[in-house]
Design a protein around this ligand. Structure first.
Ligand SMILES: Nc1ncnc2c1ncn2[C@@H]1O[C@H](COP(=O)(O)OP(=O)(O)O)[C@@H](O)[C@H]1O
Ligand SMILES: [Mg+2]
Length: 347
């Protein structure tokens, strides 16, 4: 393997200068004491010593340092072959020190990132098993009660089976969210960008969630009529998911007989902004910064009865950011909340 070798002559030049200065001086003094001074002889002697010692020193230094430095390079590059190999090997210690330092810093950063990731993985696993445990135990509870004899009672049989089914539904719901968030976080989810009418998507989501809204007598509506389509660019299914999550939240955390209003407006720079506004329970200010975190729920027990996984908003944030767009939240505790996001207009 041939390694690029950058030479440095400073050491040999200086050293040979000192050696020849000393030798020439000594020869001069000896001549003066025992013979007679011959300047051209002394000059010639000086020059010869200088060049001879220079060549010897340079050669030896190169060999010596090259051997050792190469070993250091080899040891270091055993750990990481890409970073150092591209640089020429140098007899200049400063460069080597700098490179080894840089290598160490890079490694330190890498180790820190790995530690953070490990922490994150552990926390994620902990959260996942915690989320799955509750519905699993519910289902198991109802099923074993039935097996223990409750199944003989026709009304109990139906009631408990229905509850068990609800538990399974919730499990599926959580697993789907987990699947989605894992794909989003590992970057496996490629956007399938197309042009579509955002008004139509909102209307579809209204239709989809109408039954859920009716349970609380919540009205799903646009702020005004949109006779003309509003064409945007994005991943149709993902944007639909965003709207489902936001409108679902507005129903879940909305109040009885309330309303959810969606508005689509032009924004500067060829963007539209979609707002989902409810007049529900609202969110306290200190909770807002954590809202988009995985598994974050304001009221853990209350939200659980509503069947959320706490992943909805982090999925929303991932999708919007994958589109290079922004998501905003504005809320007044006790009065309602507004979630809004931007989208690129189709030209
Ligand atoms: N429209 C809203 N009004 C009030 N609180 C909300 C609203 N949307 C979200 N939240 C709060 O943010 C939390 C996180 O929401 P989300 O990520 O969708 O999880 P989930 O709905 O599964 O609980 C919710 O538990 C709720 O406390
Ligand atoms: Mg939600």
């Amino acid at each position: 393997m041939s390694i690029n070798f950058k030479k440095s002559y400073k050491f040999a030049i200086k050293s040979s200068f000192y050696i020849s200065l000393f030798a020439t001086g000594l020869v001069g003094i000896l001549l003066y004491l025992f013979y007679e001074i011959n300047y051209s002889f002394i000059g010639l002697f000086g020059l010869t010593t200088l060049s001879f010692s220079f060549f010897v020193l340079q050669y030896r230094v190169e060999k010596f340092i090259y051997k050792r430095v190469k070993k250091i390079y080899d040891d270091v590059s055993l750990l990481d072959s890409t970073t150092l190999r591209s640089q020429p090997i140098t007899t200049d210690m400063a460069t080597l020190t700098r490179e080894v330092q840089k290598f160490a810093t890079d490694k330190k950063i890498e180790i820190e990132t790995l530690k953070i990731r490990e922490e994150y993985r552990r926390e994620f696993l902990g959260n996942v098993s915690h989320e799955l445990k509750t519905p699993l135990f519910t289902v198991q509870g109802y099923l074993s009660t039935l097996l223990d004899g409750a199944m003989k009672d026709k009304t109990l049989l139906k009631k408990y089976l229905q509850r068990a089914e609800k538990g399974v539904e919730r499990l599926i719901y959580i697993v789907k969210d987990l699947d989605m968030i894992t794909k989003l976080e590992t970057g496996d989810l490629n956007l399938e960008v197309s042009e579509f009418n955002i008004i139509e998507v909102v209307q579809n989501v209204f239709d989809l969630l109408e039954m859920k809204a009716d349970e609380k007598n919540i009205l799903l509506m646009f702020d005004r009529k949109h006779p003309k389509p509003v064409l945007v660019r994005g991943d149709y299914e993902k944007i639909e998911q965003v709207l489902i999550n936001l409108i679902m939240n507005s129903i879940k955390y909305g109040k009885q007989n309330g309303s959810t209003e969606v508005s689509v407006e032009d924004l500067v720079n060829n963007k539209v902004i979609v707002r989902v506004t409810d007049n529900g329970e609202g969110i306290q200010k200190h909770h807002i910064p954590r809202l988009f975190e995985r598994f974050f729920r304001v009221d853990k027990s209350g939200a659980r009865s509503e069947g959320g996984s706490g992943l909805g908003l982090s999925i929303v944030k991932h999708i919007i950011e994958a589109h290079d767009e922004r998501i905003y939240v504005d809320s007044k505790y006790g009065y309602g909340s507004e979630f809004s996001f931007t989208l690129e207009k189709a030209s």
